[in-house]
Design a protein around this ligand. Structure first.
Ligand code: IMP
Length: 460
């Protein structure tokens, strides 16, 4: 059986913890898109692990697979593996031969393009990890794949085609010196060949590469359970998100098929769990109709309009929820839960269950709100419009709920749903009814033990 985990919002919904929770009874955990832009924190035996590429299940002795839909920074991968080994963990990670390689030049290009865009206020606020430029080269059929690293001749051929093109782009289009960037050898074929063929050797020696679809089919035939772990979230999906403020892959459930080589029928026959944060956060620019307060440099127009009435609530939630980027440390923008967004996410991925995280973070507020619908051009709409400009014009229609106080969340997690404060139950029931989807888990703290589990998908 398979369970697919999808972020229902803008990323950072706490997917890692849920993968970890449900992945306990899985044998293999697979990432199907994205790269080291996906920060996730896993707490295991009281130790905190901050990872950006290694699938979180690999911390717990599962086989972790990076599927063909991923873009892989080998420097990050081996750094993470080495540091986990230093802490006594022996992760078993396999990488799809069809996955694409993030080269240092992709990071350089990510930075240059963001700088250029910022001159006309069009920057996306990327994580700077080279994700977009790598997927561009994949789609442009000029990328380097993990399988290419295993064959020095092919690797050289790929680099000799790609690197001069990118040098020319930096020099002729952007008017910059490719030999004077934060990665000195980023545009040097020989240096890249040496470093990346070494990675190829290491991948081969450690038997880390796989034909992902074939490997995973065998895992299934052996009757083993698989978790597909989506990174980022629905609203930063390149097709279903708020383009262009998106990442360059498909975090939604369809991405799990294309990004692993397992058929959509198999994915659809399994469980698809939408991970929801009890409020909303956003990293980087773009609209956010339910935003409270703002973050300088990210919230559109924030500099001009200054602090509003809701700044205090935003700061409270940001501090209580530790809403700072795992990868970049940037403060996240904060807003109320947005149901039109969740309806869109539920439709796109076909959620069979929900896990709602951070219910504890909202404790202590007198009142919490949910956006039921948007007002757009005099009309009330219940789902997200297709264009980002229209979404930016949406005014939230907010419904107020009574707040709940802080309780001993660890003891709540050991009991059942009724142990949650009444206000929290009313809030969760409302969301579940509106989305017509049952709640499988409620996160009441960062640790895996601090989740109230109502349904265990692998144990039905
Ligand atoms: P990129 O994925 O680095 O290209 O960034 C594109 C957009 O996706 C930016 O708005 C990022 O802030 C956002 N993003 C990428 N990864 C994550 C994540 O793991 N959590 C939240 N936002 C993300």
């Amino acid at each position: 059986m398979t369970v697919t985990i999808v972020g229902a919002q803008l990323g950072d919904e706490g997917k890692g913890g849920i993968v970890d929770l449900f992945g306990d009874t899985a044998d293999v955990v697979v990432r199907y898109q994205g790269g080291d832009n996906a920060g996730h924190t896993v707490v295991h035996d009281g130790e905190e692990y901050k990872l950006s590429l290694v699938p979180s299940g690999a911390i717990r002795g599962k086989i972790g697979v990076l599927g063909n839909g991923c873009v892989v920074n080998l420097r990050t991968l081996f750094d993470e593996l080495d540091s986990l080994r230093d802490r006594g963990i022996e992760p078993d990670v396999r990488v799809a031969e069809r996955a694409h390689v993030i080269l240092p030049l992709h990071r350089v290009l990510d930075g240059i393009e963001e700088d250029v865009k910022s001159e006309s206020d069009q920057e996306v606020g990327t994580t700077g990890r080279g994700i977009g430029p790598t997927y561009e080269d994949k789609a442009g059929r000029r990328g380097v794949r993990v399988g290419d690293l295993l064959d020095p001749e092919v690797l050289r051929e790929r680099l000799e085609y790609l690197v001069p093109q990118k040098r020319a782009l930096v020099e002729d289009v952007y008017g910059l010196d490719p030999d004077d960037t934060e990665y000195p050898d980023a545009f040097d074929v020989e240096a890249l060949f040496e470093e990346y063929s070494d990675y190829g050797r290491r991948l081969r020696e450690e038997e880390m590469t796989v034909n992902a679809g074939h490997f995973l089919s065998q895992v299934r035939e052996d009757g083993q359970n698989i978790v597909f772990e989506g990174a980022q979230g629905t609203i930063i999906d390149i097709d279903h998100g708020n383009y262009p403020y998106v990442t360059s892959s498909n975090p939604t459930a369809g991405g799990a098929a294309a990004g692993t080589g397992i058929s959509p029928g198999v994915i659809g026959n399994g469980e698809i769990i939408g991970i929801v944060k009890a409020y909303l956060t956003r990293v980087g620019s773009g609209p956010m109709p339910t935003e409270l307060g703002g973050v300088v440099g990210d919230t559109p127009g924030y500099e001009e309009q200054g602090e509003g009435d809701n700044e205090e609530i935003a700061t409270y939630i940001r501090e209580e929820g530790d809403e700072y980027g795992t990868v970049t440390g940037r403060p996240r923008r904060v807003g109320w839960l947005d149901l039109p967004m969740l309806r869109h996410a539920t439709r796109v991925s076909g959620f069979t269950g929900l896990a709602v995280n951070h219910i504890d973070t909202l404790a202590g507020l007198d009142e919490v709100k949910i956006c039921d619908a948007y007002e757009l051009d005099g009309e009330t709409i219940e789902t997200m419009p297709s264009t980002t400009a229209q979404w930016g014009d949406c005014e939230p229609v907010l419904q107020s709920f009574e707040g709940w106080s802080d309780v001993d969340w660890a003891s709540v997690a050991e009991k059942d749903y009724d142990a949650l404060p009444e206000g929290a139950q009313a809030y969760l029931d409302y969301v579940s009814d509106e989305l017509d989807t049952p709640i499988y888990a409620v996160g009441v703290g960062p640790g895996r033990e601090e989740s109230l589990v109502l349904e265990r998908p692998f144990e039905q």
